[in-house]
Design a protein around this ligand. Structure first.
Ligand SMILES: [Mg+2]
Length: 243
């Protein structure tokens, strides 16, 4: 049993609430597999037009129309498809591509084809912490929009009612103690009344430096953690009790 005397708990996602493999084995392949059919169905949507113009700007062109100047109109979709696949091949973290992937995932979640992974102990813990009146929020490198989609469509159903806030890297880097100071200020809680749970030792260390309580999460499939980090370790959330 790991006791926490806190008013709020902030959770990392990949490797903490959810398997790292889900992102690489389900989410990214889904965007790739459904790219062509998604573009066919949604080519004229405003959001898709915005995403392809952003991809053109990411590539240094003024607009999609200019980027794709050599294409005949009927070739525009296959041009974008080819460019997007190239970027996916090198796992590019580029704004326009991320926008497009986000739209494909939203479509998949909405249609029920996509369900995000959370470990079985997560909904139990969220429910328990909620009953105890704790504030639970997410801090992940995935965008806030992506986080909300993720928790609204999990294998255990919609978990968003248990979450009262989300932070992404627009709040700051996860290895920077200043990010945790900002989150504590935003939650209007003293750092000592907050706990951060993550699978990455450098992230929980940054939270500790900011005065937070910390738990290092060891899930199956996570990278091995170097010993001597000095943080309490947990294998699931069932053992975490709030005082
Ligand atoms: Mg993580």
């Amino acid at each position: 049993v790991t006791a926490l005397d806190v008013a709020g708990i902030v959770l990392d996602v990949e490797g903490t609430t959810s398997s790292v493999a889900f992102v690489y084995e389900v989410l990214f392949p889904y965007a790739r597999t459904h790219l062509a059919s998604f573009l066919q169905r949604h080519w004229d949507d405003d959001e898709v037009a915005r995403a392809r113009n952003q991809m053109a700007r990411d590539a240094g062109a003024a607009s999609f129309a200019q980027w794709c100047v050599p294409c005949a109109p009927h070739e525009q979709q296959s041009f974008l498809q080819f460019e997007a696949l190239q970027l996916m091949d090198c796992d590019a973290k580029i704004t326009g591509l991320k926008e497009l992937q986000g739209l494909i995932w939203r479509d998949g979640y909405a249609g029920g084809a996509l369900r995000s992974h959370v470990y079985d102990d997560v909904p139990r813990a969220l429910h328990r912490w909620h009953e105890q009146g704790l504030y639970v929020r997410i801090y992940s490198s995935g965008s806030v929009t992506a986080q909300k989609l993720f928790f609204a469509h999990t294998v255990h159903g919609d978990l968003s009612p248990y979450l009262c806030g989300h932070y992404d890297t627009t709040t700051g880097a996860k290895r920077d103690p200043a990010s945790y100071a900002r989150i504590a200020a935003d939650m209007k809680l003293a750092p000592a009344r907050l706990a951060f749970l993550s699978d990455v030792a450098e992230e929980v260390e940054a939270a500790r430096i900011a005065g937070w309580q910390t738990l290092l999460v060891l899930r199956p499939g996570n990278l091995a953690v170097r010993p001597g980090h000095g943080h309490r370790e947990i294998h699931d959330f069932d053992s975490v009790v709030s005082l």
